[in-house]
Design a protein around this ligand. Structure first.
Ligand code: SF4
Ligand code: SF4
Length: 282
């Protein structure tokens, strides 16, 4: 097993896996029929025993509930992180919005996540067929989310400001060299921040990718554009993002746009939407 073989398979699955195009029957409006949500993913490889995964367990980083790659898969050797950038159509639609998600973004958030789940399942099956043990944490029965401190069975009394899960796609992406965090807490990759992540842990040894950064916010210029884009003032230059305010707004969008929800205004019409902002290019 080598990286080139895996990259070829990622390309094949991207071509074969259904669900990246919105069907007329599920489109929120006729213009959305035929919408392609994602461009081909970019990939990063990290070591399962990278010490950052242990640091993520510290209070104030993520927390002790965050599971290391070896907790997900005892034979873990490599973590593979994928970033699926939204297509220009999805990004452009959301750029025009200023008080709620555009229809294309709603599709990208919901049907887009379903597509990534299907993609990761295909990838998992392919690895298994190659004799490679693997685990997709987000699809695993042990995967748990925590919202306002609630939802983690073994940690019933978490602080109400805690949001996340026991496997963070964004933190895995950071380890795998895909990018750094931005003020709005998304990951800024070389294809920008507007998109979704997936990851898989495998027992095959592959050279980890070099991380072309040192600090967790290296790619963020602190330009404040995401602060100005947020419709509910959930982001500030001095305090970063308030997940509670953002979460409350997302809950409201569930009522307005049911069965979909989303926002992502802080990821569009900003300098880090589709690239690493200028002056910080590496
Ligand atoms: S919009 Fe500016 S401040 Fe916000 S995450 Fe992007 S680069 Fe950082
Ligand atoms: S921080 Fe939350 S509420 Fe604000 S723009 Fe981003 S996704 Fe929307």
């Amino acid at each position: 097993m080598d990286k080139e073989t895996i990259k070829r398979e990622l390309h094949t699955i991207f071509g074969d896996c259904e669900g990246n195009i919105i069907a007329a029957e599920t489109a929120v409006c006729p213009e959305m029929a035929g919408l392609q949500m994602f461009e081909e993913p970019i990939v990063g490889f990290g070591a399962a025993d990278d010490t950052l995964f242990v640091r993520y367990k510290e209070e104030g980083v993520i927390g002790p509930w965050h599971m290391t790659p070896c907790q997900w898969l005892p034979e873990a050797v490599t973590v593979i992180s994928l970033f699926f950038p939204f297509t220009e159509k999805v990004r452009k639609d959301n750029r025009k919005s200023c008080d709620g998600p555009a229809p294309a973004w709603l599709h990208g958030r919901i049907e887009g996540q379903e597509y990534i789940a299907a993609y990761m399942k295909e990838l998992s099956l392919w690895f298994t067929a190659q004799g490679v043990k693997n685990c997709v944490p987000a699809a695993d029965d042990r995967f748990q989310k925590v919202m306002s401190g609630k939802g983690m069975a073994a940690y019933p009394d978490l602080d109400e400001h805690i949001f996340g899960s026991n496997w963070s796609e964004r933190h895995a992406a950071y380890v795998c060299g895909l990018g750094t965090f931005g003020l709005s807490k998304g990951i800024i990759t070389r294809k920008g921040m507007a998109g979704r992540f997936g990851s898989i842990i495998i027992d095959a040894a592959l050279e980890p990718d070099e991380r072309p950064y040192k600090g967790i916010y290296d790619y963020c210029t602190k330009c404040g554009a995401c602060v100005r884009r947020c419709p509910v003032d959930a982001i500030s230059l001095d305090k970063g993002k308030d997940h509670n305010i953002c979460g409350e707004w997302l809950n409201k969008t569930r009522e307005i746009y049911a069965p979909r929800y989303g926002c992502g205004l802080c990821q569009t019409k900003v300098p880090c939407e589709e690239r690493i902002p200028e002056k910080r290019q590496v």
